[in-house]
Design a binder for this molecule. Sequence first.
Ligand code: 13P
Ligand code: SF4
Length: 329
Amino acid sequence: MEFTAEIKKATSSIYEKVQKKIPEIEWATHAPYIYKINKLKKEKNAVILAHNYQTPEIYHGISDFSADSLALAVEAAKTKADIIVMCGVHFMAETAKLMSPEKKVLLPDMKAGCSLSSSITGDDVRKLKKQYPGVPVVSYVNTSAEVKAETDVCCTSANAVKIVESLKVKKVIFLPDDFLAKYVASQTNTEIISWKGTCEVHEQFKDEEINEIRKANPGIKIIAHPECPPDVIQASDFAGSTSGMIKYVRDNQPEKVMMVTECSMSDNVQIDNPNVEFIRPCNLCPHMKRITLPKILNCLENESNELVMDDQTIAKARKSVERMAEIGR
Ligand code: 13P
Ligand code: SF4
């Protein structure tokens, strides 16, 4: 696509924002897509929801709402748009469909999965429920609708502790993230039965790396996602969901920060916090990175890659997400 003078002018305010992260030569490729997508989404009454791990040209260039998985689910439930384009991974698009079954939900790349979501099936949950009769099941939102349908209440990293405590029981089955389960166990008195799932991005962080960075950068604030191994969280100053981490930077304006999470997020947050210096770990989520501007344009133009789910799964899975929303309120 051609980078015309008209497109250059129409996208100049966006480029001003992202220029520190996107070189001019790259912008010439992105801008025509951004221009076309922004025009088309208005014509089709579509909304673009983007997870915080999307690249800056998506996060700052075309998204109407960017957030963590909890806020994306809430936004999907209340949007007035006819079409939702989910710039994120498959379970996020499924959750949007659960919350807005009458809407057309599109995922620009159907192969955008998640190592946590693929670590467990509905059948695994049914077996666990037989093994621990009467013990409530709390599932992380990073699961398939099939797993959510077997779940009592869903949670995200932003509310996991609150959800577990709200149940007021001695024991819960907490799926599928073993590290998040350990984090929750460290914050409550509830006994946690976990599953051996991990996030392939966050499991790579090591506490030695954190300690070395702290030594080399006196005064640095290190903030971690709760999908990290427990010793990494312990070595950090704060743990929270992706939006919790963004809020920490916005509210505290540390001189120097390291966000122990997927690496595009530091780019996005640095653009909004120019006075904060970021030490960037570079762990990319290969699933999130499947979402690109050409794929977004293609699915919006053709209304392709639509999430199709049967009514029974929607009804069952939706209950666990709604229960989470009620507790969160
Ligand atoms: P958040 O809910 O914190 O956005 O996390 C989602 C995720 O996939 C992190 O790896
Ligand atoms: Fe899944 Fe980890 Fe990627 Fe998040 S970063 S989508 S948990 S693989």
